[in-house]
Design a protein. Structure first.
Length: 115
């Protein structure tokens, strides 16, 4: 089983990006049971939890992204998304997705927001 993030890039402040997290070689019946988390990390700083969505659809966000980011999932396709709008320079970092239980992580995708 492998998690692959994509969709990162460089945007100006105020722009938008949509990140994807796809689970390969995982049964959809298993993916339905997983919670999906997005984290981000800036070099030299601790990894920060950003958002999660449970298998049943419960959603939570860190305060700093509320109203700007939207997490979603399509379990039939074994994919989760993080829609990021009104991006700020402080949103810059490597974004990782994680599945729990099982602590499965992707390799990360870099988001750079220029001022």
């Amino acid at each position: 089983v492998q998690l692959v993030e994509s969709g990162g890039g460089t945007v100006q402040a105020g722009g938008s990006l949509r990140l994807s997290c796809r689970a390969s070689r995982m049964d959809t019946s298993v993916f339905w049971t997983k919670d999906v988390h997005w984290h981000r990390q800036v070099p030299g700083k601790q990894r920060e939890w950003v958002a999660h969505i449970t298998g049943s659809g419960h959603i939570a966000y860190v305060e700093s992204v509320k109203g700007r980011f939207t997490i979603s999932r399509d379990s039939s396709q074994r994919v989760a998304y993080l829609e990021m709008n009104s991006l700020k320079p402080e949103d810059t970092g490597v974004y990782y997705c994680e599945l729990t239980p099982g602590d499965l992580w992707g390799q990360g995708t870099l988001v750079t927001v220029s001022s």
